[in-house]
Design a protein around this ligand. Structure first.
Ligand code: NAP
Length: 488
């Protein structure tokens, strides 16, 4: 990002005007200790937000040219004397080297922006450690979840939230105001005891994705083994044919849609189970078991992985005709046909099956893409609740039905052909149909007027055994889907 871009403040200097609770940014001097990547980005953003900035460095002459001319770069002690609020943009290992400044730091607010390299690396958080080194200062933890890059590019492109905690309410309020003026959204995380949790946040690796990824890998492994037995091991044992070449593309390509299809049904199954529980107990105020709660919370990730597998399946399928093995088999069939003097091998039923199978598959992929795109926060935030619910719930269910048609047209009559039962194992597609068909049947049952009405009443607060005069809203469509209320 160019300096020119940075020169544009995210919020006008007067953005806090008229709000008696917020001190105007312009005029306030903020100190920054350190002259590294974070200090530099922070100083630039502070200057652009209307603050006076004074940077404290061990070597100000060498570092001054790296900072905007509006920021003053001086020795650490000089910088600290000029301000009451100081961002400590120094690594924890070097905090002790700041102890010489203890006298000039008395009574000042220190903002600890540091992160660790490992989760729970130290006994106490970095902020608590800083507070123990400088007991005469007030320490506030904050800004560590924001990267130097986000500071540079502005809150427009990166994460907008800044998590803040401190034992001193006033200091926390002042730092929150600074964050707000810089264009960030301060989030009060309470007292200093939360610092450890805040410091762990940037170190977590996809916490919400662990269970869905293991689920996808588990399903992939099961279906891959099943397909390997049917497509490679069976012909080898029964006919001594070497079909190992099928493993990289064909076996993988028959496994991916199975995973995608089952994962898609697993997005909707917890909703069905939750509805069953609500119908059974006749209330929405009974807690779901923890495993169901967890499952409900991971539906977005499960759905995105389903889309990922479906997209890979589409690419693999497009590549099938490029393979040498495919060309050989095609030529072999043509030669056989010539030898047997067959002029016409057109099978009308097969032609239609294939046309429908591919068309339905493309529609299913299109719907899954729509679901995936609308689950992205920036798109989801632009939709109102009804639009989001319509796409995720109604269109999602249609995607499941269309995927089922895709699977059925793929399988066609194979389930009734005994040659398809390799080692007595049924064709893979019949196994994949189990969960999705259960979900579809359950959804159809829930849409029956008597059950739908009862479910809607429960989700509006009605409880079995408690008489409450109850009137449902008239056909507003507000609760048109079985899953649109009570976070289910
Ligand atoms: P950096 O580029 O290595 O800068 C660290 C600065 O610390 C140096 O430029 C140095 O400035 C100063 N310092 C003071 N005493 C020091 C000493 N004894 N030895 C070495 N350096 C000393 O690191 P950074 O990326 O800016 O990170 C600074 C802090 O911000 C860290 O605590 C980090 O966890 C946190 N943070 C960084 C990011 C990021 O995206 N970079 C994001 C969130 C949080 P002088 O030589 O001028 O004194």
């Amino acid at each position: 990002m160019s300096r020119g871009d940075m020169a544009k403040p995210l919020l006008g200097h007067g953005s806090t005007e008229g709000d008696p609770g917020v001190t105007p940014a312009s005029g306030r001097t903020i100190g920054v200790l350190g002259s590294g990547d974070f200090a530099r980005s922070l100083a630039i953003r502070l200057v652009c937000s209307g603050f006076k900035v004074v940077v404290g460095s061990r070597n100000p002459k060498r570092k001054a040219s790296l900072f905007p001319s509006a920021a003053e770069v001086t020795f650490q002690a000089e910088a600290v004397k000029k301000t009451d609020i100081i961002f400590v943009a120094v690594f924890r290992e070097h905090y002790s080297t700041l102890c010489d400044l203890a006298d000039v730091l008395v009574g000042k607010i220190l903002v600890d922006v540091s992160n660790n390299t490992e989760i729970n690396h130290h006994k106490e958080s970095n902020a608590e450690y800083l507070a123990s080194l400088f007991p005469a200062c007030t320490v506030v933890k904050g800004f560590n979840v924001v990267s130097a890059w986000t500071l540079q590019s502005g809150a427009r492109d990166g994460n907008k939230q800044v998590l803040i905690c401190s034992n001193n309410q006033e200091a926390k309020r002042i730092v929150s105001e600074i964050a707000q003026v810089m264009g960030f959204t301060p989030v009060d995380m309470g007292c200093m005891a939360s610092a450890c949790e805040i410091e762990n946040i940037p170190l977590r690796l996809l916490p919400a994705w662990k269970i869905p990824i293991f689920l996808a890998l588990g399903l992939f492994l099961c279906f891959f083994t099943y397909n390997l037995i049917r497509q490679v091991i069976h012909p080898f044992i029964r006919e001594q044919k070497n079909k190992l070449y099928k493993i990289p593309i064909e076996v993988v390509n028959t496994t991916l849609p199975c995973v995608s299809y089952v994962m898609l049904s697993l997005v909707y199954l917890p909703g069905v189970l939750a509805a069953c529980s609500q119908l059974y107990y006749g209330t929405k105020y009974r807690r779901f078991p923890d495993w169901l709660d967890q499952w409900l919370q991971h539906r977005k990730q499960i759905g995105l992985l389903s889309f990922f597998c479906a997209a890979l399946h589409a690419v693999y399928s497009l590549c099938l005709p490029m393979r040498r093995s495919h060309r050989y088999l095609l030529i072999e069939t043509a030669v056989k046909q010539a030898v047997e003097k067959k002029m016409n091998i057109w099978v009308e039923e097969e032609v239609w099956r294939m046309e429908i199978y591919i068309s339905v598959g493309i529609i299913a992929l299109g719907l899954l893409s729509l679901l995936a795109i609308t689950s992205l926060p920036s798109i989801a935030n632009s939709l109102n609740w009804r639009e989001f619910s319509f796409i995720q719930s109604s269109l999602g269910f249609i995607a499941l039905v269309v995927s089922t048609l895709h699977t059925l047209t793929y399988g066609w009559s194979r389930a009734f052909d005994e040659n398809q039962y390799k080692f007595y194992l049924p064709p893979t597609y019949t196994l994949t149909l189990l969960v999705p068909c259960t979900v579809i049947i359950a959804k159809v049952i829930f849409s029956l007027p008597c059950i739908r009405h009862r479910l809607l009443r429960i989700r509006r607060g009605w409880e079995k055994g408690r008489y409450v005069k109850f009137v449902l809203p008239r056909a507003t469509g507000e609760y048109s889907s079985g899953e649109t209320s009570s976070n289910v």
